[in-house]
Design a protein around this ligand. Sequence first.
Ligand SMILES: Cc1cn([C@H]2C[C@H](O)[C@@H](COP(=O)(O)OP(=O)(O)OP(=O)(O)O)O2)c(=O)[nH]c1=O
Length: 191
Amino acid sequence: MKIVLASKSPRRRELLSNLGLDFQVIESNVEEFSSEKHPSRYVMDLSFNKALLVAKKLKEEAIVIGADTVVVIEDKVLGKPKDRDEAYIMLKNLQGRVHTVYTGITIVRTKDFKCVSDFEETKVWIKKLEDEEIFNYIDTGEGYDKAGAYAIQGFGALIVEKIEGDYFNVVGLPISKLFDILKREFGVRLL
Ligand SMILES: Cc1cn([C@H]2C[C@H](O)[C@@H](COP(=O)(O)OP(=O)(O)OP(=O)(O)O)O2)c(=O)[nH]c1=O
């Protein structure tokens, strides 16, 4: 069965490639908007929009995977920072505290448009940071296209104290949950 990743994220691509999976990438370029208020429903809704848009364009039989990641602190949902000031505000808010990373995933089968959505959540503790450290971190440039303005897989590893839950979920794709769904709901076995 052909597998399509509906994402422009190089991280998601790399995580799937690491598993030796043969798949195609088609960006969805969908507008990232959802009226859902709860983070878990919000990320599932956006992942659904991404996967469905790509699935509708395909002529052949395939399984399409969409995902969306946000950082949530108290009731605030943080996406990607639009500039340096916003990155600073996000990191200042995250430092010295715990937050939750939510990733929603949706799998759509083009044959019958069976859709399954789920989400994963991981708690992340960021160390207390001096302003100088925050600015130096922003200057690495790696946080701009990442939810919450940091990348745990890069220099961000230096500012993370600990996590509770799936690491890959923070990077943007909860691989273990994804394969459970592929096996259970679509009969796709990878092991
Ligand atoms: C918190 C965190 C997020 N991220 C990334 C994962 C996601 O790619 C990104 C959140 O943006 P998303 O909107 O989820 O994804 P995207 O725009 O990169 O790609 P697409 O919509 O095409 O699938 O933040 C990290 O890489 N490391 C981290 O530590």
